[in-house]
Design a protein around this ligand. Structure first.
Ligand code: FES
Length: 299
């Protein structure tokens, strides 16, 4: 475990590592990528993220230094030279034993489309772990409520595993628009904690939005059971969770999503307004923040 700060959160001590794809499954829209990257797996803490170059560093059977398919550099590879930047992904699973990390992502553009075509055996250029983690679950008290919305669900699998290993009582509330958008929910459930599933169209679990079960837990005399809330998902969801927790005086940590250019504090592309004035960098000071530390929406 890396040294933690006052809030119990671990800050990045990142390395650049070449990882080998050991599994890659998906349907062209949602993919799960498992990479053998022992040093990053050893250092990573739930809530942190890894930057992945979407174009393989080396293909299976191709000699080191041999030209990449489609061109001479990582930016080309037959994709028009638009793939210069690594893409950030939260850790869904961290397995220091076999030295593996697993990431779940949605194919939304050229970078993730290129990544989705990486076959088992290729090597990927990785930078990580980056950012500030969730707080150590051993430090908190009471029931930990994990809230994941849409693509905020996968990081809650790593968080749930951490909570279970720490012996912390935890429950997850996972929500999305439809059952199809619940990527990562299976991984959260596999950790063995109770899971409340919510979808907007009712195609899985209860019909509604993720903040409704949280509101019920807090309203119906259960506030004293809810010791802490960790949330990851769309910003309007984080705003609502922050409001509910503030009203119930329950500590809340939010994982915010921002454009990440560099991932380590150099490009200023990821700023988040600080409640005390000025700005914080999501890539270094977050992505996980104590909710009262940042301004989300207008709160
Ligand atoms: Fe570059 Fe945060 S991503 S400063």
């Amino acid at each position: 475990m890396r040294p933690a700060d006052r809030s119990g959160q671990v800050r990045a001590q990142w390395v650049r590592e070449t990882g080998r794809v050991v599994a890659h499954e998906g349907d062209g829209e949602i993919c799960k990528l498992t990479v053998c990257a022992p040093e990053i797996a050893r250092r990573a803490v739930p809530g942190q993220f890894v930057q992945v170059h979407p174009v393989p560093a080396r293909l299976p059977g191709r000699a080191p230094g041999a030209p990449r398919p489609g061109g001479p550099g990582p930016a080309s590879a037959g994709t028009g030279g638009a793939l210069l930047l690594r893409r950030p992904f939260s850790f869904c699973e961290i397995r220091p034993g076999p030295g593996e990390i697993a990431l779940i992502y949605r194919v939304v553009g050229r970078g993730t489309r290129a990544l989705s075509q990486a076959p088992v055996g290729v090597e990927l250029d990785l930078l990580g772990p980056l950012g500030r983690s969730f707080p150590d679950p051993r430090a908190g008290r009471g029931r930990l409520v994990l809230i994941g919305g849409g693509l905020g669900i996968p990081p809650m699998a790593a968080a749930a595993r951490w909570a279970v290993q720490a012996g912390r009582d935890a429950v997850a509330i996972l929500g999305a628009r439809t059952a199809r958008d619940l990527a990562g929910a299976r991984e959260v459930a596999a950790c063995g904690i109770p899971v409340v599933t919510v979808t907007e169209d009712g195609s899985a679990g209860q019909q509604g939005i993720v903040t409704e079960p949280l509101e019920r837990m807090l309203r119906h005399g259960a506030a004293n059971l809810v010791g802490e809330v960790w949330a990851c998902g769309p910003e309007p969801m984080l705003v609502a969770v922050k409001r509910l927790c503030a009203a119930a005086r329950v500590p809340c940590f939010v994982s915010v999503e921002r454009f990440m250019g560099c991932g380590f504090g150099a490009c200023l592309g990821c700023t988040v307004p600080r409640a005390a004035g000025g700005y914080l960098k999501a890539c270094q000071d977050g992505p996980v923040f104590p909710a009262e530390e940042v301004v989300l929406g207008d709160v």
